[in-house]
Design a protein around this ligand. Structure first.
Ligand code: KG4
Ligand code: ZN
Length: 354
């Protein structure tokens, strides 16, 4: 029986390794964040990302075992994110996982990164555990720099896509807006920070697709509208002494993004008739989104779990848990495991379950 795995995540710009055991217990998770190296370029540079994974990965493997106070003898299998993501980045993780599995004579499995995000609420450690009644089926909103999707999670391997972004991801919408007003990268946390004290009604930004009868998102029009608004301002928000304009712009823009996310999440919860929901991905750090999610949960009388940020942003713990469940289900990968830039068609179910 496989009870403890070492997991590797390198699908984008975060290198992360974790040791995860039965029932999602996280024994250790260690990560190397690359924000600082990509920041001068205003976005992620794939070649730099994969090079940094190569540098950081093996030392992090040692560190994860050390932190968990374990040796290779305690590890039953290896899990690695094999899709979707940047090919060069995924390749570093997949090759390393395969080589370690061969050297240590262990089974291994490649998992879908999005599946891992969806299962993150089940992780547990000394300071976090999911609410006792959190269970399938639940609606999941996955919002990060690369993804914005709404799912109905019906069970292991049963992830029904209810809707997705037609263009930019929510995190991208924050990052591009931040760039427009002269903030750094990644911009989401800065927009969140500068929104504090701003007037959410100061500027009226569009809420794309909010009234459409579907669960799709679109953020590129919102971003263009913000660019036009900023261009038309006399007082540019990146200039000194114009903190009020910056706060109002950030708060109004953030409200537009959050309004759309909460509205679609709310409709999905009601339509699917579930008692549980979760928000995951880097954007779930957003303070306004968290507040509005709390209000929504109270209003609907349901549970919306937002796991701690360490399990919401890209991390190997969630990957380990997804892989552990699959391995315990009798699945594993073979030597032909390859990184894939996109999800496989059968990774997700499409449409409405009703
Ligand atoms: O999940 P993540 O760490 O990496 C991936 O994109 O996979 O998400 C990063 C994204 C970035 O776009 C970042 O700007 C956004 O999450 N983000 C935020 C906040 N913190 C991170 N967006 C809005 N408000 C925040 N507080
Ligand atoms: Zn992610």
């Amino acid at each position: 029986m496989i009870k403890q795995v070492l997991a590797i995540e390198t699908s984008c710009d975060d290198t992360s390794v974790a040791v995860v055991s039965d029932r999602g217990w996280v024994k250790s998770v260690v990560s190397a964040n690359q924000d600082l190296v990509h920041s001068p370029f205003g976005g992620i540079v794939p070649e730099i990302a994969s090079r940094n994974h190569s540098i950081h990965l093996l030392p992090l493997v040692d560190k994860a075992l050390e932190k968990a106070k374990l040796t290779w003898n305690d590890i039953d299998a290896i899990v690695v994110t094999s899709r979707p993501g940047l090919l060069g980045s995924l390749l570093v993780g997949v090759i390393t996982a395969k080589s370690l599995a061969l050297a240590k004579n262990l089974p291994f499995i490649g998992v879908n990164h999005l599946e891992a995000h969806l299962l993150a609420p089940f992780l547990r450690d000394e300071t976090y555990e999911p609410p006792v009644d959190f269970s399938y089926p639940y609606v999941a909103l996955a919002v990060s720099g690369g993804h914005t999707q709404l799912y109905l999670v019906e069970g292991l391997g049963k992830y029904r896509v209810l809707g997705r972004t037609l263009d930019d991801a929510a995190g991208e919408a924050f990052d591009k807006f931040a760039k427009t007003i002269g903030l750094g990268f990644p911009g989401g946390p800065l927009v969140d920070k500068y929104s504090s004290g701003g007037n959410i009604k100061a500027y009226s930004f569009p809420r794309p697709l909010i009234n459409e009868d579907n669960f799709d998102f679109s953020f590129s029009g919102l971003k263009s509208s913000a660019v036009r608004t900023v261009d038309s301002l006399d007082k540019k928000p990146d200039e000194k002494n114009h903190e009020k304009e910056r706060a109002d712009l950030c708060a109004s823009y953030q409200e537009a993004v959050v309004d759309v996310l909460i509205s679609k999440l709310s409709k999905a919860i009601e339509q699917q008739g579930v008692r549980n929901a979760t928000i995951t991905g880097g954007v779930s750090a957003n303070s306004r989104l968290r507040k509005r999610a709390e209000e929504l949960a109270r209003k609907l009388g349901i549970e919306i779990v937002i796991p701690p940020l360490r399990y919401c942003t890209d991390n190997a713990a969630m990957v380990g848990y997804a892989g552990l469940l699959r391995l315990q289900n009798g699945e594993s990968s073979g030597a032909d495991l390859r990184p894939e830039a996109r999800s496989r068609p059968d990774d997700f179910l499409s449409g409405d379950s009703r």
